[in-house]
Write a new protein. Structure first.
Length: 233
């Protein structure tokens, strides 16, 4: 196999996709892209425009006219990307409970998914790419060189998400309800539902460190390439 290696990393909320994906990309010198920020940015834009989330026509107009720019981070607050909407930095607004509460409904829209697909495909670049989401291996990049589905129990995923947010332990039940609700909508939607691609490797990340998960994926890449991947300094 030759050419830039493409890894599709999918899974439910809190499975560790973004942490593992970024670490994997940085270890291999690959380009990292989290597609979730696009759906979150559309949710912010829809809310700002006062759009009814069931109005497919309005969502279609929004997704074709909206000005979203995703670029490498310029602020060191733990963000993985800068996300600009109409030139303004909306990155801090993307991971709020309010956006968590509406993003899956926005992402269930055919118009939104259709409108974002080319933008996602255009991100494949560089010496290799790690793309993270829900339908990367099934729909966005079905010819990816390696597809990995990360999973863990809902309670473990809620615990990790709370830790990531830095919230108090009393919030655990709320976080669990929020991610289970999102998983339910993501897995049952008509278009590009959250599901394991037939040719994906599933990794149950319960009890594993981020490094152990990254090691497993690097092992799978080595198997696929038949040699050690180039590791950046
Ligand atoms: O980080 P977390 O897994 O909690 O969420 P995310 O990856 O930022 O995605 C937020 C939401 O966007 C998901 O719950 C899905 O509804 C939607 N999404 C999607 O439908 N397809 C993708 N490829 C990525 C995200």
């Amino acid at each position: 196999m030759s050419g830039p290696f493409v890894v599709a990393l999918d899974g439910p909320a809190g499975a560790g996709k973004s942490t593992v994906g970024e670490r994997l990309a940085s270890r291999l010198g690959y380009f990292y892209f989290d597609t979730g920020v696009l759906y979150r940015a559309i949710a912010v834009a829809a809310r700002r425009a006062g759009i009814d989330l069931l109005d497919e026509g309005a969502l279609a107009r929004l997704v074709t006219s909206v000005d979203i720019l995703v670029r490498p981070p310029t602020v060191g607050d733990g963000r993985q990307h800068d996300v600009l909407l109409g030139g303004g930095d909306i990155t801090p607004s993307l991971r709020t409970p309010e956006v968590d509460g509406i993003v899956s409904q926005v992402a269930a829209s055919a118009a939104v998914r259709h409108g974002l697909i080319d933008l996602q495909r255009r991100q494949v670049q560089g010496t290799g790419t790690v793309m993270v989401g829900r339908d990367i291996g099934t729909v966005v990049l079905p010819a990816a060189d390696l597809k990995v589905f990360l999973d863990a129990s809902p309670s473990e995923r809620a615990r990790r998400r709370l830790q990531q947010e830095g919230g108090p332990v009393e919030d655990l039940a709320r976080v669990l309800v929020s991610i289970e609700r999102r998983d339910g909508i993501d897995a049952s939607r008509a278009i590009a539902p959250l599901t394991v691609a037939a040719d994906a490797a599933t990794i149950d990340t319960e009890g594993l460190t981020v490094e152990q998960v990254v090691d497993q994926i690097v092992g799978l890449i080595e198997q696929r390439r038949g040699r050690r991947p180039r590791v950046s300094a």
